[in-house]
Design a protein around this ligand. Structure first.
Ligand SMILES: Nc1ncnc2c1ncn2[C@@H]1O[C@H](COP(=O)(O)OP(=O)(O)O)[C@@H](O)[C@H]1O
Ligand SMILES: [Mg+2]
Length: 298
């Protein structure tokens, strides 16, 4: 259903020259219909770059991306319309991906504009219920919700055009630890309910393990391993994958209430976490430090 064939993406090789970043180096894999496919790798390994290519939001420097046999790369926005209806993306940070001036009804129904949906208002009601938000949420604005609820709004919006593929790029990394499991479970339930194909991206293999059947491991722009999640998780033949498994915070350990200092000790013992912590203890992607305040979401 999705085919990625020898894709390279080099940043910064435009007419101004300067430093170039070879973000993807010859990546090839395929995702079958109905699969829940994970992409895991440390921060900066090229995951988001790859997702933008899959979603037709960016073009590879070389190589090809196909969706249902049709080339995605190199098409105009009008030609990509088929993709926008079939494939939707949920991003890491719901605050910056939701327009603060739009209410939830406008946000969720926006992908329906131009589709001649017979009942956008009814559809919004349906979608809010599907993601566990009350109908009254439609009249409120993004800042009036907690992080977990905002991610529910993003998910509702992504589901609006009835896509067959849902891509989630670190959908829980910016959320408080206490609500991560809720959002992961919601995603897994929706994928089942609507028989979606899912591509799920995370720097945390334990999170991917919760929701994916198969996983590709990305390191410095190269795929170093592709296999079933259990294979990749349990074999640990690759030192890099072993490091990802050891990488903390993992959701299980965090949920088990292991405290941050203890985790830091384990990280050091495991040879350092791939996702390095900022001085204030938060991850570089802005996710909350382990043991941070519990989210107020009920
Ligand atoms: N628009 C961009 N311009 C230049 N470099 C970029 C751009 N986007 C990402 N990069 C670089 O490409 C590499 C991969 O980034 P990214 O795909 O965001 O990784 P990940 O999502 O795995 O953290 C990093 O070195 C990053 O700094
Ligand atoms: Mg990323």
């Amino acid at each position: 259903m999705i085919e990625v064939d020898d894709v390279h993406r080099v940043y910064g090789s435009g007419r101004f020259g300067g430093r170039t970043v070879h973000a993807l180096r010859g990546v090839s894999f395929a995702v079958e219909r109905g699969e829940r496919f994970g992409i895991v790798g440390e921060s900066g390994s090229g995951k988001s770059t790859l997702i933008r290519l899959l979603a037709g939001l960016d073009r590879p420097t070389s190589g090809m991306v196909r969706f249902d046999g049709r080339e995605v790369s190199g098409r105009s926005e009008r030609q990509l319309r088929f993709l926008r209806e079939q494939l939707q993306v949920v991003f890491q940070d719901p605050m910056s991906s939701l327009d603060p001036r739009m209410n939830v009804r406008q946000i969720v129904s926006e992908p329906l504009i131009g589709t001649r949906h017979p009942d956008p208002v009814g559809r919004v009601r349906e979608l809010l219920a599907a993601v566990g938000l009350e109908a009254g949420a439609a009249d409120r604005y993004p800042h009036q919700f907690s992080g977990g609820q905002r991610q529910r709004i993003s998910i509702a919006r992504a589901l609006a055009p009835q896509p067959s593929v849902l891509i989630a790029d670190e959908p829980v990394s910016a959320l408080d630890v206490s609500v991560r499991a809720q959002i992961l479970n919601l995603l897994a339930d929706l994928v089942d309910e609507f028989a979606l194909t899912m591509v799920f991206v995370s720097h945390d293999l334990s999170v991917v393990r919760r929701v994916c059947d198969r996983v590709a491991v990305l390191r410095d722009g190269e795929l170093v391993e592709v296999g079933t999640t259990e294979q990749v998780y349990s074999d640990r033949a690759q030192p890099y994958t072993r490091q990802l498994v050891a990488a903390i915070p993992t959701i299980e350990r965090a949920l088990a209430g292991v405290d941050a200092e203890q985790l830091a000790g384990q990280v050091a013992a495991a040879g350092g976490a791939p996702e390095k912590s900022a001085p204030d203890g938060s991850a570089p992607d802005g996710s909350a430090p382990v043991g941070a305040r519990k989210d107020e979401e009920g």
